[in-house]
Structure formats: structure tokens, C-alpha cells
Ligand binder design. Sequence first.
Ligand SMILES: [Zn+2]
Length: 75
Amino acid sequence: MCMICKNKTYIESTTTHVVDHRDSLIIIRNVPCLECERCGERFYIDAVAEKLEKIVERVKSLMPEISIVDYKSVV
Ligand SMILES: [Zn+2]
């Protein structure tokens, strides 16, 4: 259920996830998400949220200032 407008219908979509972490900016493109049909609020399913955390951990350890990652390219 949408936390913003309580709507229960979603469409499948993709989004760009941005993490601003201290000195580094991590941009993950093509992240699958659900978009509320009524208000457009976007949500991640648990599996995607977990994978995003892992991607961020991995990329942070490399310490680049700016990283742009394609979600689909990370296994
Ligand atoms: Zn909504």
C-alpha cells in the first residue's frame, strides 16, 4: 500500500537511485521499482532494497568520488 496516498495499485517502473555518502556520490541506474498509479511515489521491493545496499557497500569500498552503476550490470 502506498504510504503517501493509501492507493493499492502500482505499475512496474525503473528509477535512478542516488546515494549521497560523505564525499562520494553513488548513482545506480535502471533500478526496478513500483510506482504508485495515483501519486507517482516510488517503492522498492525488499529484494531490490537489499541488493541496493550491497551495491552501495561494494562501491563505497572502492572510494571513488562519483560512481555511476547500472543495476542490471551487477550480479
Ligand atoms: Zn500513492
